[in-house]
Design a protein around this ligand. Structure first.
Ligand code: GLU
Length: 479
């Protein structure tokens, strides 16, 4: 088995293409098959090296392990289409000499006119075959006019083109419905995707082409080319598209769609891969959070439903939170550090303390970046009370708690007992209970009404910080 992922480097890696890569990777791992990374960069205007680099970076981040590609080489290279033009030329010569392709001198305006006419009369053949049988005198005359020819592939009408798709089942097209003789080399000499993809897949000995359903309509053209060149055709599997919740093709309107933004927002690649690889199928016991090794074991292309899958951004966040919580402390600190260091100077904190704090806060983090808001009251002694909290603390009952807190931190509470005894002593002295006890105490210490366990929070703060907070609250009446 030989697989391939063939991105066009014309932008960032989109989540739909990432899914194609992830699924190819799952199968390559499962069957110990080669996975070719081929860069389809013949759209010279839109392709860029930056995009190629960023796609490769994102694929690596997702843990995709290609075995052949432009960076690591392999027996079937080069792996960039722009470096394979000589190869394509040979095949074009062959098709021309066998009469399976021909030079077409029609200008873009003329073919556009034909397309319009075909559309108006309900015909499917958008090109009318004008240049199919030109004599060499006619060709010379057209060339003398300065026309630069394209090369078209000769499509015989009314032929059945059928294939078995692993996901879609049996798929049939009629050759009369694929738009007529199509261009395989543009007038600037650059061969087109639908043509060279076939040559590359054949020469790279790809056995299974697994790609998005948006390529299904390209397949009949590719099969015709493959037959014309005498190649064996690969197995095809077209993955149903990923949709937004409104069942429209996933786009920026629905949420973030490029992989680099997921990384920047603080998703873990394991969570993203887990979520994406299970779009459209369920594990044997319907368990949703599965380690990659288990997904590889259970995954089969035939399990993927033929209808489109809906991308649930909320569920992905939830899954990411799960992965964060199950990440071991030191590793989590490493992952959160880039986010934290953007906002905080962490030099004066020990790794041990930071690990204890972030581990304590993981129930409140769905994204790695959530740590920045959660941790703020741990990293600064200063505290700014919101108007809501000020109102609470300045109320009659609230103020009693503020005064008691100040008193306790000035007398009874010490660095040994401050976190374990604080609440109980306030309760004893003021008689406050439940919410009326906890809300003001938590607000004084943390600046929030809600949050994680207060005693644990205070323990992580240390005595000095708690004392500062007690004073700051008490000073609400002095300023
Ligand atoms: N380069 C194509 C794309 O990025 C993929 C071609 C294919 O998988 O056949 O959509």
């Amino acid at each position: 088995m030989r697989l391939r992922f063939a991105p066009s480097p014309t932008g960032f890696l989109h989540i739909g293409n990432a899914r194609t890569a992830i699924i190819n990777n799952l199968l390559s791992q499962k069957h110990n098959a080669s996975l070719v990374l081929r860069i389809e960069d013949t759209d010279m205007e839109r392709s860029s090296k930056e995009s190629e680099d960023s796609i490769m970076k994102d694929l690596s981040w997702l843990g995709i392990q290609w075995t052949e590609g432009p960076d690591c080489g392999g027996d079937y290279g080069p792996y960039r289409q722009s470096e394979r033009f000589d190869i394509y030329k040979e095949y074009t010569e062959k098709l021309l000499s066998e009469g399976k392709a021909y030079y077409c001198y029609c200008s873009a305006e003329e073919t556009e006119q034909m397309r319009k006419e075909a559309q108006a009369s309900g015909r499917n053949e958008t090109y009318n075959g004008n240049c199919r049988n030109l004599t060499s005198e006619q060709k010379t005359r057209l060339e003398q006019e300065g026309r630069k020819p394209t090369i078209r592939f000769h499509v015989n009408p009314d032929k059945d083109i059928s294939f078995n798709d692993t996901i879609k089942g049996s798929v049939s097209f009629n050759s009369s419905n694929i738009g007529g003789d199509f261009i395989i080399v543009r007038s600037d000499g650059i061969p087109v995707y639908n043509y060279i993809v076939v040559i590359d897949d054949a020469l790279m000995k790809i056995s299974h082409v697994i790609r998005g359903e948006d390529h299904l309509s390209n397949t009949p053209k590719q099969l015709l080319i493959s037959q014309a060149l005498g190649f064996d055709t690969p197995e095809y599997a077209h993955l149903p598209l990923v949709m937004g919740e409104d069942k429209k093709k996933l786009s920026k309107r629905h949420g973030i769609t490029s992989v680099n933004l997921y990384r920047e927002e603080g998703y873990l690649p394991e969570a993203l891969v887990n979520y994406i690889s299970m779009l459209g199928w369920a594990s044997d016991d319907e368990e949703e959070i599965l380690p990659i090794s288990e997904i590889i074991k259970q995954f089969e292309l035939t399990k993927i439903g033929a209808s489109s899958a809906v991308f649930d951004f909320k569920k992905l966040r939830w899954m990411n939170g799960n992965y964060i919580r199950s990440t071991e402390g030191a590793k989590l600190l490493k992952l959160m550090y880039p986010f934290l260091s953007k906002e905080y100077d962490l030099k004066s904190y020990s790794d041990g303390w930071l690990i204890a704090v972030i581990t304590f806060l993981t129930p409140y983090c769905e994204l790695l970046s959530d740590i920045n808001t959660q941790i703020s009251h741990f990293l600064s002694d200063d505290i700014v009370y919101t108007d809501e909290i000020k109102e609470l603390l300045l109320s009659e009952d609230g103020w009693k708690i503020v005064e008691t807190t100040k008193e306790l931190f000035d007398s009874k509470l010490t660095s040994d007992n401050f976190y374990s005894d604080y609440i109980n002593l306030v309760k004893e002295k003021t008689g406050a209970k439940g919410k009326n006890l906890f809300m003001p105490c938590r607000s004084i210490m943390t600046g929030s009404i809600h949050g994680p366990d207060l005693a644990e929070t205070m323990k992580l703060y240390d005595f000095g910080k708690c004392k500062i907070r007690a004073n700051t609250a008490y000073n609400l009446k002095q300023v």
